[in-house]
Design a protein around this ligand. Structure first.
Ligand SMILES: C[S@@+](CC[C@H](N)C(=O)[O-])C[C@H]1O[C@@H](n2cnc3c(N)ncnc32)[C@H](O)[C@@H]1O
Length: 225
């Protein structure tokens, strides 16, 4: 149970096409993992429509990315032909098709669209793809305090839902929600350096909607795993 094919349909129907860099991702990279020196290698898992690519190009890093959607990777290769060899279609919970070791791995709301078991497998693989002292920055991993946590119609495991037909999770397949205990368990092979929780409560219109998510910075250490 890995990549949800619904993402390919979403991109084919021209939705979810975010193309501006995510502000939290920019802030976290610059604050906690500012690229230094030549040959700094960055892997983005679940790059989607490539919102973060211009940011990494500006930084002059060696950027690689993987996404499960053929439609979106095809489009990115057209838009960024110079990155063609470094953009791959694939399920990042099963295989990372690059032989490089990375200084930094970034994820904005992508790993959190998988089941608990797939996330465990993914983190174990990403651990092996990071250099020692390399970091993984995760932005917007959905929280169990998100008001949509209780709304999915299909329960895959305690933390994973699917079957949304409205709201931000409509028709995107699996959505994973985490609490602190669960995250600490998922990250047990890493050193957790930053764990921050964000909550935005909508006041108007009155629909009691709460967006809640986690931002994390975790590091691969020699002594773990
Ligand atoms: C919410 S979008 C985020 C896209 C991008 N990171 C952004 O912030 O604009 C989630 C992305 O993760 C990808 N994705 C989710 N699970 C995946 C998996 N197991 N393997 C590969 N891609 C996956 C989807 O195809 C989608 O492009």
């Amino acid at each position: 149970m890995g990549f949800s094919n619904e993402w390919n349909d979403r991109y084919a129907s021209q939705t979810h096409l975010s193309i501006w860099p995510w502000s939290d991702l920019v802030s976290y990279v610059m604050r906690y993992a500012r690229p230094r020196g030549e040959g700094f290698k960055v892997l983005e898992v679940g790059c989607g429509a490539g919102a973060n690519i211009p940011f990494f190009k500006t930084l002059g890093v060696e950027y690689y990315a993987i996404d499960g959607s053929e439609v979106i990777i095809h489009k990115l290769k057209e838009n960024f032909p110079e990155l063609s060899e470094r953009l791959a279609v694939g399920d990042f919970t099963k295989h990372i098709p690059f032989s490089e070791e990375f200084d930094l791995i970034v994820d904005r709301s992508s790993i959190t669209h998988n089941s608990t078991e797939s996330i465990q497998e993914c983190l174990s693989m990403l651990h092996s793809k990071l250099k020692t002292n390399g970091k993984l920055i995760g932005i917007d991993w959905f929280s169990t305090k998100h008001s949509d946590y209780s709304k999915g119609t299909t329960i895959i495991d305690e933390y994973t839902r699917a079957g949304y037909s409205e709201g931000q999770f409509a028709h995107v397949g699996r959505v994973h929600f985490s609490d602190k205990k669960h995250l600490m368990e998922l990250f047990r092979n890493f050193e957790v350096q930053i764990l921050e929780h964000k909550e935005i409560s909508r006041e108007l219109p009155v629909d009691f909607h709460i967006f809640a998510s986690w931002n994390v910075v975790i590091e691969k250490k020699d002594h773990k795993e």
